[in-house]
Design a protein around this ligand. Structure first.
Ligand SMILES: [Zn+2]
Length: 92
């Protein structure tokens, strides 16, 4: 009987950890916002640019590659260094 309770507690702990991972690390809200950003190819097509990309808002050619929620996030977003608009997304 005590083994069953122990297994139940283990399952509960694992479920809690999975839920914490889902909401804190994956973050479905941030994921949706990230998915709404164009990919680099879509951004290129949308703004009609070839070669080195420039910001469609201010024309600045310098971008900053940042993680969505943390530095090491595989979901990257590229911001204009001048006007701080988010331009496109990528993943590593
Ligand atoms: Zn800009």
């Amino acid at each position: 009987m005590s083994t069953f309770i122990l297994l139940l507690e283990l399952a509960g702990t694992l479920a809690l950890m999975a839920a914490a991972y889902y909401y804190m690390v994956y973050n479905p809200g941030a994921q949706k916002a990230w998915e709404r950003l164009p990919t680099e190819a879509e951004y290129r097509a949308r703004t009609g640019q070839n070669g080195a990309l420039a910001c469609s808002h201010c024309g600045n050619a310098e971008t900053l590659d940042v993680g969505l929620l943390r530095v090491t996030d595989y979901r990257r977003q590229h911001l204009c260094t001048r006007c701080r608009n988010t331009l496109w997304r990528s993943r590593i």
